[in-house]
Design a protein around this ligand. Structure first.
Ligand code: DX5
Ligand code: ZN
Length: 214
C-alpha cells in the first residue's frame, strides 16, 4: 500500500523533527492539507510553510487544497514542489480547465470529492486524471471517524476507472487506521492518507509500516 501521512496532525512546534521521521519511514509521500476557512470551516497553513516542508522533505508532496478558486494558485503550488495537486470538484466551476492548468504546470492532477458527492460526477473527467481522492470524512479536521460508505465508493470508482480506461489511482483520506485501512485495501484503494493514526501514535514509524504492509 502507498501511504501518504497527513502533516496536519504533526507537531507544528517540531515540524523539522516530524518531517525527518517521514524521511526515515517507509511512507512514499507526504500529504499537505491547505484550508482557507471558506471551503472548509478551518484554516491550516499556506505557502510559506509548504516552502519550508519542500526544503526538508525527501518524499513527493501530495497537496490537498481545501480552498475555493484553486485555479488561482496553480503556479504557487508548483513552486512549492508539489508532485500532485488535488482540487475539490465542489470548488471548481470549470474543472476540466483546472485539470489542464495543473498538467501544463508540470504536476499530476488529482480531483477530490466530499463524502456526499457521488462518484458518477467524475465520469467525464476521470480519463484526464492521475488520481482521485475520496474523502472518507467531511474535510476540515483531523481525527474524525471514517464514513463506511466510502468502501462502496472505492468499488464504484474502480469500476468507473476501468470502464473509462483511466490510469488514475485511488486515494482515500480521513479516519484511516489499521482496521479501516485493511477494508480500503480490500475494496481497491491505492493510496491511504493518515493523520492522527501516524502522528499521534507512540511509534509513528511502526504505524506507517502497518499501513504500508496492508
Ligand atoms: C481532513 C484532511 C485530512 C486529515 C486526515 O480534512 O483532508 O488529510 O488530515 O486526518 P485523519 O487521518 O486524522 O482523519
Ligand atoms: Zn487531506
Amino acid at each position: 500500500m502507498i501511504v501518504s501521512p497527513s502533516l496536519l496532525s504533526a507537531d507544528f512546534g517540531n515540524l523539522a523533527r516530524d518531517i525527518e521521521m517521514i524521511n526515515h519511514s517507509k511512507a512514499q509521500m507526504l500529504h499537505l492539507d491547505v484550508m482557507d476557512g471558506v471551503f472548509v470551516p478551518n484554516i491550516s497553513f499556506g505557502f510559506p510553510v509548504m516552502k519550508y516542508v519542500q526544503q526538508l522533505c525527501k518524499k513527493p508532496l501530495d497537496v490537498h487544497l481545501m480552498i475555493v478558486e484553486p485555479q488561482k494558485f496553480v503556479s504557487q503550488v508548483r513552486d512549492c514542489g508539489a508532485e500532485i495537486m488535488n482540487v475539490h470538484l465542489e470548488a471548481c466551476n470549470h474543472l476540466d480547465r483546472v485539470v489542464q492548468q495543473i498538467h501544463d504546470a508540470g504536476m499530476k492532477a488529482g480531483v477530490t470529492i466530499n463524502p456526499a458527492t457521488p462518484v458518477c460526477l467524475l465520469r467525464d473527467i476521470v480519463a484526464q486524471l492521475d488520481l482521485v481522492l475520496l474523502m472518507s470524512v467531511n474535510p476540515g479536521f483531523g481525527g474524525q471517524q471514517f464514513i463506511p460508505n466510502t468502501l462502496n465508493k472505492v468499488r464504484e470508482l474502480k469500476a468507473l476507472l476501468s470502464e473509462k480506461n483511466s490510469h488514475a489511482v485511488i486515494e482515500v483520506d480521513g479516519g484511516v487506521n489499521a482496521e479501516t485501512g485493511k477494508l480500503l485495501a480490500e475494496a481497491g484503494a491505492d493510496i491511504l492518507v493518515a493523520g492522527n493514526y501516524v502522528f499521534k501514535a507512540q511509534d509513528p514509524i511502526a504505524a506507517i509500516d502497518t499501513l504500508v504492509n496492508l
